[in-house]
Each structure stands twice: as C-alpha cells, then as structure tokens.
Ligand binder design. Structure first.
Ligand code: TTP
Ligand code: MG
Length: 361
C-alpha cells in the first residue's frame, strides 16, 4: 500500500505566462513598457461595447481585469493604452513558449494558449525540479523576452494553484510535506473549477477556506456537488488520477512511391530514393527532429516486399548521411528483380534544442 501511494506521487510543473497578450504587445513596442496596457474591444471613449481580454499589471493596479466591460476599464483608467487583440501574433508567441517546454522531453500537455503542464517526475527530487523551472524561466526570458509564472507540486491542480499565487514572474514550489499547510488557509475559490456559484454555495455551508472543505462531511458535499465533491476534498491529498496527457508524438516519418512501370533501372531507382530522402528530411526539419533509424522498403514485381533497417551511431537530420545510409540499405536488398514500390521510413527521434526549434516555428 505504502509503495503504491509513493508510486503515484508525481512532480508536476505548471507554467502560465504573465499578462500574456499584453506582454507580447509590450515586447513588440517598447514605448508601452511600464504603461497600463489593455487588450480588448475598442473603448470608444467609454461608449464601447465588448470586454477586456487581458491587461498589463500596471493596468491591474487600476482595478482592470479580464472579462470586464471595456467601458468600465475606460472609466477606471482612461489614459491606458487600449489595443485590439492580434491573435496571429499571440499564437506565434505561444508556439515559441510551448517549443521551449516540449524541448525538455517530459510528458507535456498544453491547456490553453499560455499555459501547460509538464510531468517532471523523472527528475530525482523537488530541488532538481526547481532547477529545471529556473532554466525554463530563464530560456523564456532570454529567448522570448517574456515572463511566466511556474508552480511545482505533486498534482496538476495544486501546481496550477501554485503557479497563480506569486504572479507575475513567480516560482512557487509545494513539496508534498507542505501541501496541507500551503492549501489550508486558501479561499476555496483558488481551486480550479470553483467559480462564483460554487463559491457562494460553499460559503452558505460555512466553507470558506480549503481547510474547511477538507474537514467537512463528504456526504453533505456529494449531496450538493455530486462527483465534483470528491475532487474538491481530494485537493490536499497529493494524489490525483488526472495525469499529464501527452499529445501524440510523431513516431516515424515515411514516404513511398509506386513506379508507373516496374523497373530494374538503377539510375531511376537511385534518383527516386534521393527524392524520397529529400522529402522525409524536410518532414524531420519541420518537426525539429533528428532520427537514428532508417528503414527502407522494396516491393518487387509480384508483391514480394523486403525491408531493411539500420540504426545509426548518432542522431542526425543530415540529408547526405541519411541518403548514403538509404543507398547502402538498398544495395543490400536489391536483387535485380523489377521493383514496383520504393519506400523509406525514419524513426527513433530526438528533439532539437529549443533555440533551433524556435527558428522553425
Ligand atoms: P490568463 O493566463 O488567464 O491571463 P494573462 O496571461 O493575461 O494574465 P496572468 O498573468 O494573470 O496569467 O489568460 C491568457 C490569455 O488569454 C490572456 O492574455 C488573454 C486571453 N484571455 C481572454 O481573451 N479573455 C479572458 O477572459 C481571459 C481570462 C484570458
Ligand atoms: Mg497567463
């Protein structure tokens, strides 16, 4: 039993960019630095409809918040810089942030344009997880000129709470021993999923802090909140079945081609292989990958198919190296019979480092 719960003890990192849209705008135009910047609908001198998408921390000092009517934001701070959102710009910045996170090769899950989880359980301890977080923060600061906040904790939900409490530019680490003392005094509203309505209902039941929640009768909670009650009460347990779901990774890239007429012409076969190698190499660079395994496939007249693979000593994305490997494999399996189909597959991948990846997005 003891072992089982240790096995399930994970180290989760949650990253959320600071005032994301606004920070990207400030980065693109240094005149905006230090000013209240509001991204959202046109305020039209206070008569505008629509809402605030987000705003810089300088604007937050005036009480402006996401989702607030833009007219109200205008009343709170008429001299703020109001800008319409530029989504392609934010999508590009988001891809750059995610590329840095993914480059660390941990299970990764993006949950919105500016936040993602990494399951970093493979590092030995919280000290190493903290070092990793500092590296990520530094990479984002130096390569992208943006700041983020990171939370590290045994579960996704607590990592998310942690990334939020020292914003902006914060790093908050909640080790398993400190989990309860960290959460106990927090208002229930801090739990992701507890909105204004659930908060009001909990208040009615006399539950204000997470501590009150944990001490309350689970049956009463279930009667009110159904299954959500169990998740609510488990928040301080340090155990959570909600895993960081990796997006499907590219496992291989392949190309094959069928000849119009079966052929024994070695020049045609070699030129076709060169073209296939060129195409899979382009795919590799699109995905910022290097590979170690090259497999070629030859289908002869009569549908007899032969494949042969080789694992290289080093990861590579070099077209010349891959081409010479492909030709050498081809020489091994080409027996002079007419070829109907030729194919190549590259597999066993590693990611480029983040800097190179950014150039590719
Ligand atoms: P958030 O991470 O919620 O906010 P933020 O990054 O602007 O600020 P914080 O430092 O508090 O994390 O949302 C990310 C982006 O999503 C935000 O920059 C703009 C957009 N967004 C909206 O368009 N409308 C909204 O109501 C919210 C909350 C966010
Ligand atoms: Mg954010």
């Amino acid at each position: 039993m003891g072992n089982k719960s240790t096995d399930r003890q994970r180290i989760i990192l949650h990253l959320d960019m600071d005032s994301f849209y606004a920070s990207v705008e400030v980065r693109e135009n240094s005149d905006l630095k230090g000013k209240p910047v509001v991204i959202g609908a046109d305020p039209k001198n206070g008569t505008g409809r629509g809402v605030v998408s987000t705003c810089s921390y300088e604007a937050r000092a005036f009480g402006i918040r996401s989702a607030m009517p833009i007219s109200q934001a205008f009343v709170l701070c008429p001299h703020a810089v109001f800008l319409p959102p530029d989504f392609p710009r934010y999508a590009k910045a988001s891809a750059e942030v995610m590329a840095i996170l993914k480059s660390h090769e941990f299970p990764f899950q993006q949950v919105s344009i500016d936040e993602a989880f990494l399951d970093v359980s493979a590092v030995r301890n919280y000290a190493e997880a903290t070092d990793l977080a500092e590296r990520i923060r530094n990479d984002i600061r130096t390569q992208l000129a943006l700041t983020c906040s990171i939370g590290i904790a045994p579960t996704k939900v607590v990592a998310k709470i942690a990334s939020d409490i020292n914003k902006p530019d914060g790093l908050t680490v909640v080790e398993p021993e400190k989990l309860f003392s960290f959460l106990a005094p927090m208002p229930v509203r801090k739990i992701p999923g507890v909105g204004r309505k659930a908060e009001a209902e909990l208040f009615e039941m006399g539950i204000r802090m997470i501590k009150d929640l944990v001490e309350s009768d689970i049956q009463v909670l279930i009667a009110r909140f159904g299954r959500f009650a169990i998740a609510l009460q488990a928040v301080t347990s340090g155990i959570d079945d909600d895993i960081v779901k990796e997006r499907d990774r590219v496992k291989s890239v392949s190309r094959e081609t069928t000849f119009l007429n079966d052929t024994t012409d070695e020049q045609v076969i070699a030129a076709t292989m060169d073209a296939l190698v060129q195409e899979v190499c382009r795919n590799l660079s699109d995905e910022s990958l290097r590979c170690r395994t090259v497999t070629i496939k030859v289908r002869y007249h009569g549908f007899v198919t032969k494949t042969k693979c080789r694992t290289l000593l080093h990861y590579t994305d070099d077209e010349k190296t891959l081409r010479s490997c492909a030709h050498s494999l081809l020489r091994d399996i080409f027996d002079g019979r007419p070829i109907r189909l030729l194919g190549i597959r590259l597999s066993t991948f590693e990611k480029h480092d983040a800097r190179q990846m950014i150039l590719n997005v």
